[in-house]
Design a protein. Sequence first.
Length: 151
Amino acid sequence: MNVQRLFINGFIIFFGIGIYFLAMDFLGLSNLFYLRVLNLFIVIYGVNRTISQNRLSGVMGYNTNLLSAIITSMIGAVLSVSSLLAYIYFIKSGEVYLKTLSEGFLFGGGELSIYQYCIGLLFESVASSIIISFCLMQFWKGKVETINKVD
């Protein structure tokens, strides 16, 4: 497992999500929940890139590639949520901006503190990262590991 590859692809996820959400905020669309779901495609791109680079460099095995996929997506998720926390806290002056975001929030909604919002968002991103990693590994399963083949 190439740790540098995991961090590079995790940073690609982080930068992609950051640019996407800054563009949504600039356009005034950050309160629309269904548009926030589209960041899954950015995570899918980064995780798929990790698995395909692993395959090209000869890293085989389902579990190894699954762990690489989960670590890559978790790097992107933790960096994204921590930068959102800093963005809300320092740039947007906190609670006022948070009220516009939390209306479409999946867990809780209503009156949340900045830290409760970010912890809930981290929970959502961990769940989606693991689901995306498992789904992509189902696609790559036959390509990275030979199953039930007799030599």
